[in-house]
Design a protein around this ligand. Sequence first.
Ligand code: GLN
Length: 492
Amino acid sequence: MTDLHRLSIRELSAGLSQGQFSSRELTQHYLNRIAKIDTQVNSYVTVTAEQALAAADAADAAIKAGNATALTGIPLAHKDIFCTQGIKTTAGSKMLDNFISPYDATVVAKGKSAGLVTLGKVNMDEFAMGSTSESSYYGATKNPWALDRVPGGSSGGSAACVAADLAPFATGTDTGGSIRQPASFCGLTGLKPSYGRVSRFGMIAYASSLDQGGPMARSAEDCAYLMNVMAGHDERDSTSVNQEVEDYVANLNATAVKGLRIGIPKQYFNVAGLAADVKARVEESLKKLEEMGAVLVEIDLNMTEAYVPTYYLIAPAEASSNLSRYDGVRYGYRCENPADLLDLYKRSRSEGFGAEVQRRILIGTYALSAGYYDAYYVKAQKVRRLIQQDFLKAFEQVDVIAAPTAPTTAYKIGASLDPVEMYLGDIYTIAVNLAGLPAINAPVGFDSEQLPVGLQLIGNYWSESQLLSIVHQYQQATDWHTKRAAIAEENA
Ligand code: GLN
């Protein structure tokens, strides 16, 4: 079988349960592809071949014994931000280059109990700070659609490994767009769930009030399978919601597109940096949804200009607090021959963290300092509430809100965007995190350079199922999600 990597999750599940191929064959197939193709993509930080094959054998035994779940024996990749017992977890940082977690993140543990086979850990911007995956200590990941382009970030490794068919699906995290924007840049479907839907236990913290894990895959259907595993209450994460999890797969056709009111925020389509091709593809996809029966309603989101400044105060403030734990003492990188304790702290942190992380720690520490706390942090929190209210007002009028996911397609690697320029590229994604809402990216075509464009749909709280269903039906009526980068067509 040379084309196992072309199968959807539903097809993989059926093939495994009907004995058309074994999990060992499937897993070996992906490991072969990784060995051959990932030298060009650099999506994996760690490949866990031996453990993967052992897990595959256990899955094959479970399938034979009739103890399988729908996902038993299917491989996946985890973003290297989820702690994995006995396997290095780096968060893309030199600081954690030697870190082996003593426990599994809840998301990883749930994957194991569902019988999923972990192929390895995939690359990301250092501590999930960035939009290109270039800030990783392990080097830039390449976009499978054009190897001189970034895959987006911070979950760039997750997106690239799926787009190159080096994993059927992957976990990602989204603090300010890190699932949706790389999904957009790599032509994938990616869901950022409502804050609290997926456990953050064992997920290395960047900005705790914004961080949320979610699935990245080719289609909404594939995402739904992974969401069924990831979602749910966790006693070990006090912010995880104790609310019943829907069956995202069973509900894929449950939302009626006919009559669905889609809000089109005027302000979003007038953003200065919005590329003409992106705007055109997004508008075409909305036209398609309209043909399918949806009703487009122009709405106002008046706080749009406040998104970037608000996010870039709150996220660094929380990061500066979260990252204070990396002190060179308890775990992680420690400098050589410290003169005294202060020298140990200073040098471990300045040698262990990269430039972007240090910039955010500085900004965040400044914003939280006694003299500026009210002027910056408290004010940002008040504006955050206004942003949330703006969305809630919109949801009185419409069912979902449509937007581009990113103002442009993938940047050139090394384009050395100035940090503020990079932050401005987050305009369409970060408000969703500030408000705690769910949102999804769906591929909707290409720009003139054959780079993927993404449509974002933002839903009200706990509407993950609705978002997956809308995108699923759009994908039944179109074929953008089936397009593959040339490198994914290569056989191993
Ligand atoms: N680009 C955003 C940032 O750098 C997104 C990060 C994320 O979602 N993890 O903060």
